[in-house]
Design a protein around this ligand. Structure first.
Ligand code: A3P
Length: 283
């Protein structure tokens, strides 16, 4: 079978997008959120799958192991803006979800979120990840997912990331836009990937490796679990880079050169002026 060409990034109301996330736009904008929906919002590669899985276990773990072994996570937690035939539309999947509360995933920048989520006062969980690890993870993801634009080499990709020429736009605008929303919308939990990792390290601290937490939401378990590791997704070539790649804080140090790091830090200072929004780059 002939490989499909990679999608092209284009400007969509000031945000980089591909048609797989804009073609269903009217249905997305008119989506009818319900008051008990939970919106899981992230910039791509910030830990969406991890937090989706934890919330699914919290709400529906009692339904028994079949749910965990037979329904892919992306069917349990629909990706609202996804429009990539032959996959079902994200909006349709969400409309048909049999469970309550509905857990719905989005990567949209805050200004694009359908207004019904705000009108219904839905709970929102935003997960943010430090820019450097987020960029590295996004780079490897674009390498392995033919449903995304061609990333180019690492230095090209990093410059594009700094310029915000990415699918779902600029990381800087995304994390700041959602942070500002949190100041005016109270039904909102803004959390950090690094905090979750730190929490796991903390609870595992006194144990030898083989006694460590075996809970199903650990990286190793999710990597093995076909329902959470995206091995059911055709566009992803896990031999190029696995979806569950490393799951670490600080892997950016294996990618950034000293010069890239200096340039990145300088640029970061210009773009991230809000002193309240702070990230950890190592733990
Ligand atoms: P890496 O590429 O750095 O390994 P998203 O779900 O938003 O696409 O994010 C994917 C990133 O989250 C990947 O990062 C992946 O390994 C990491 N991740 C997924 N599950 C995880 C877990 N249980 N623990 C730690 N990291 C996890």
């Amino acid at each position: 079978m002939e490989a499909r060409p990679r999608p092209e990034l284009f400007d969509f109301h000031g945000v980089g997008m591909i048609k797989e996330f804009t073609e269903n736009w009217d249905n997305i904008q008119n989506f009818k959120a319900r008051a008990d929906d939970i919106l899981i919002a992230t910039y791509p590669k910030a830990g969406t799958t991890w937090v989706s899985y934890i919330l699914d276990l919290l709400y529906f773990g009692h339904m028994g192991p079949d749910r965990q072994t037979s329904i892919p996570l992306h069917d349990r937690v629909p990706f609202l803006e996804l429009c990539e035939p032959p996959l079902p539309l994200g909006t349709d999947l969400a409309d048909k979800l049999p469970t309550t509360p509905r857990l719905i995933k989005t990567h949209l920048p805050v200004q694009f979120v359908p207004k019904s989520f705000w009108e219904q006062r839905c709970r929102v969980v935003y997960v943010a990840r430090n820019a450097k690890d987020n960029a590295v993870s996004y780079f490897h993801f674009e390498r392995m997912d033919s449903g995304m634009p061609e990333p180019g080499d690492w230095s090209t990709f990093l410059l594009n990331f700094m310029e915000g020429k990415m699918v779902f736009g600029s990381w800087y605008d995304h994390v700041n836009g959602w942070w500002e929303k949190k100041q005016i919308y109270s039904n909102f939990h803004y959390m950090f990937y690094e905090d979750l990792i730190e929490c796991l390290h903390f609870v595992n601290k006194h144990f030898a490796p083989k006694e460590r937490v075996k809970a199903s939401a650990t990286f190793d378990n999710m990597k093995q679990n076909k329902m959470t590791n995206y091995s059911t997704f055709d566009t992803m070539n896990q031999t190029i880079s696995p979806f569950m790649r490393k799951g670490k804080v600080g892997d950016w140090k294996n990618h950034f050169t000293v010069a890239q790091n200096e340039q990145f830090d300088e640029d970061y200072k210009q773009k991230m002026k809000n002193p309240d929004l702070k990230f950890h780059y190592e733990i």
